[in-house]
Design a protein around this ligand. Structure first.
Ligand SMILES: O=C(O)C(=O)C[C@H](O)[C@H](O)CO
Length: 309
């Protein structure tokens, strides 16, 4: 019997090789946007599971070991002996971080609707996935839509990050799929740069209006140094960004997503959840890699208490 979880994260986990300094060594870590969000939520106390597939290789084994240590449920992660686990490299330049993928034909990209964990999806409170989960292949995209149908039929919430990666698909297709998907989501978590490519509006308020108009119930628009705009049909608030010494923004949006969902499920308050997630995301950029610097609940609370005091 599948035990109930709070959040099922659907998408591709990967091993990360992060070059901290130009010309320097690549440091191993973990990535994959929804896996990052899963760990971020677990570190805030949520019960989280992954729905995906991994290769039966050392990279897949290391992701499973990491999830075990983090308390993330991998019981529904398929093992595919015929396809590899994806990897990606992170390099840093004057214009920020850059990703180079080695993921074509990965086990996660071969994921199909029939691989979905039906029982788990019927019980979860939230399904979280992203446009990367859809961009990696047609079958993975089909699995996302099938999962949305199953979770909505069972009364769960749909959370979606637009994570636009134009190395994976062309903008016209991405925009069409993302705009259609937003119509099925309860919680939409875009970054401002993505939103400007997906929406007609270019200013934060106009983007929030457009996303609510497409059907989202809660919008949390992350705007880097300009903070976060949180909007529902009834209320709207901008939270200022926290000033921290930023080293690597890889996965900052995923840190926000996971912390937001964990806190939203705890309090039912999107504005309190965004304040918590805003602090978690700020802390996540103070170290290298998508997963290692993700803060725990105590870190976020201490940080916020320090700000208040
Ligand atoms: O870009 C991707 O597909 C990844 O999942 C790699 C990173 O971990 C992710 O982009 C960070 O948000």
């Amino acid at each position: 019997m599948t035990s109930a979880v709070d959040i099922v994260c659907l998408g591709e986990p990967m091993v990360e090789l992060n070059q901290h300094e130009a010309g320097g060594a690549y440091h191993p870590g973990f990535g994959g946007d929804v896996s990052n969000a899963a760990v971020a939520a677990a570190r805030q106390g949520a019960r989280v599971a992954l729905a995906t597939a991994l290769g039966t290789d050392v990279f897949g084994d290391s992701l499973r070991a990491m999830w075990k240590a983090e308390g993330v449920d991998d019981s529904e992660v398929k093992a595919n002996p015929d396809a590899p686990t994806g990897i990606y490299f992170v390099t840093h330049g004057a214009d920020g971080h850059r990703f180079s993928y080695r993921r074509a034909g990965s086990a996660a990209s071969l994921y199909q609707p029939r691989d979905l964990p039906k029982d788990m999806l019927a019980k979860t409170r939230v399904l979280h996935f992203s446009a990367i989960s859809q961009a990696i292949s047609a079958s993975a995209c089909d699995a996302c839509f099938a999962a949305v149908e199953q979770v909505r039929a069972a009364g769960g919430l749909i959370s979606y990050d637009t994570n636009l990666r134009l190395a994976l698909w062309p903008l016209a297709r991405a925009r069409a799929v993302i705009r259609f998907t937003i119509g099925m989501t309860d919680i939409i978590l875009p970054g401002l740069d993505d939103a400007r490519q997906i929406c007609h509006a270019q200013d934060a308020d106009g983007i929030a209006d457009e996303l609510l108009g497409l059907g989202a119930k809660v919008v949390a628009l992350t705007m880097g140094g300009d903070g976060v705009l949180v909007a529902t049909a009834e209320r709207r608030e901008t939270l200022a960004a926290h000033k921290v010494k930023a080293l690597d923004a890889t996965g900052a949006g995923d840190a926000f997503d996971g912390a937001f969902l964990a806190e939203y499920l705890r309090s039912g308050d999107a504005f309190a959840a965004a304040a918590h997630a805003n602090a978690a995301a700020a802390l996540s950029v103070t170290g290298y890699g998508a997963v290692a610097p993700l803060p725990r609940r105590a870190d976020v609370e201490a940080f916020l208490a320090g700000k208040a005091g």
